[in-house]
Design a protein around this ligand. Structure first.
Ligand code: PMP
Ligand code: GLU
Length: 395
């Protein structure tokens, strides 16, 4: 049979993070001793108090469809969380719970973009942003940064990228993949540009909020003049080690939340009911209950930075949050290492996989072709061994 897939799926790039994770799994099954530093996934188990809440929910017979935009009790927990951690006031009609923050982002694109609308993506951006935007027939517009600018865009760069077609700007802070964190002052300076263009909507992806080593998380919606056009995206995958539970959420202007609710009413009928009940418990717990994981990430960050500093050719900034480092490896471009010609970051990442047996992700996937991403959500032993192997492979 002639396999006629849609142009939509044919033109979509595969998620490089998930592709690398699949490749790592495959090679491990073949018996290869691969160390996976490709996937941004905490190596902790979900804390017991959250698991217990899920078990309780099963026993309490939570087995029917939930409201499409989430249980009222979960929305109330999210409202309290936004108030407690972010000084943001939302009401129930502004909250939508989805199947992961990934779906929250997809909803935002689908309900706001018309064909040809431009979405500004400060680089490097999280791997799925550009493809989600394209799926919604929007046009991703990259705003470049580099290791030298600490991977932050300036207000002047932002203003220069705006055109009459600019509909949205999407960014994550703490950033996946660079680990940079915008301070409140830096966000205010960007907001000062955006207020001049009242039709631009901001997607502020704050999923790494709690994994912040410099302190002082800032939300764009905290500014009164940005609140009405900011979608605050968050979720439990990272800070609560709940990637597989698939719960994310937004706080947004009413009209956008209503549209997202309508969208997922046709696509998912709402998120998993057991996971939602467990997330009520997760969000109601004090942030101190997850501090042990954040402290571990902090130790590992120190370790990975000090080990990377010992390898010639890796130019690295000190990540301020999340659990990634994003070294510039352009030093190796044009060189031949162990018979592999390295022309770009993708070649280098493949070289590391084949010769060092370490899985990383090429910076191309994040809109920055000079870098690779390493996730340090791995054990200290794995980090030490991985960096030892990388050092040996490139020296
Ligand atoms: N945003 C960023 C920046 C991420 O790194 C991730 C990681 N998966 C997501 C959104 C999506 O998270 P999830 O769908 O697991 O909630
Ligand atoms: N966000 C993680 C990452 O960047 C998980 C993978 C994914 O959802 O694409 O690795």
């Amino acid at each position: 049979m002639h396999q006629q897939l849609s142009d939509r799926i044919n033109s979509m790039a595969t998620s490089q993070t998930l592709a690398m994770a699949a490749k790592t799994r495959e090679l491990k099954e073949e018996g290869k001793d691969i160390i996976g530093l490709s996937l941004g996934e905490p190596d902790f188990n979900t804390p017991d108090f959250i698991k217990d809440a899920a078990i309780q929910a099963i026993n309490d017979n939570y087995n029917s469809y939930s409201p499409v935009d989430g249980y009222v009790e979960l929305k109330d927990a999210i409202i309290k969380k936004f108030k407690r951690d972010n000084h943001l006031d939302y009401n129930r009609s502004q909250i939508v719970v989805s199947t992961g923050a990934k779906q929250s982002l997809a909803n935002a694109a689908m309900v706001l973009l018309n064909p040809g609308d431009e979405v500004l993506l400060p680089c490097p951006y999280w791997v799925s942003y550009a493809e989600i935007v394209k799926l919604a027939e929007g046009v991703p517009v990259e705003v470049p940064t580099s290791v030298e600018s600490n991977f932050k865009i300036t207000p002047a760069q932002l203003e220069a990228a705006i055109t009459p077609k600019t509909k949205m700007i999407w960014y994550s802070s703490p950033c996946n993949p660079s680990g940079m964190v915008y301070s409140k002052e830096e966000l205010r300076a960007l907001a000062d540009v955006l207020v001049k263009y009242p039709n631009i909507i901001v997607v502020s992806d704050e999923i790494y909020e709690h994994i912040n080593f410099v302190g002082g998380h800032a939300s764009m919606a905290e500014f009164d003049d940005m609140y009405d056009r900011t979608i605050t995206v968050n979720g439990v995958s990272k800070a609560f080690a709940m990637t597989g539970w698939r719960i994310g959420y937004i706080g947004a202007p009413d009209w956008i939340a209503r549209a997202c609710n309508k969208m997922q009413g046709q696509i998912t009928s709402g998120a998993n009911c057991i996971a939602q009940r467990a997330v009520i418990t997760a969000l109601e717990a004090p942030v101190s209950s997850i501090k042990f994981m954040i402290d571990k990430f902090k130790e590992r960050r120190k370790l990975v930075i000090s080990l990377l500093d010992e390898i010639e050719g890796f130019k690295t900034t000190e990540p301020e949050g999340a659990f990634y480092v994003f070294p510039d490896v352009s030093h190796f471009f044009g060189k031949t290492l162990k018979g592999h010609k390295i022309n770009n970051a993708t070649d280098f990442s493949m070289f590391l996989l084949e010769e060092a047996l370490v899985a990383t992700v090429t910076g191309d996937a994040f809109g920055n072709p000079n870098c690779i991403r390493l996730s340090y959500a791995a054990s200290e032993d794995q980090i030490k061994e991985a960096l030892k192997r990388i050092k040996a492979a490139v020296s």
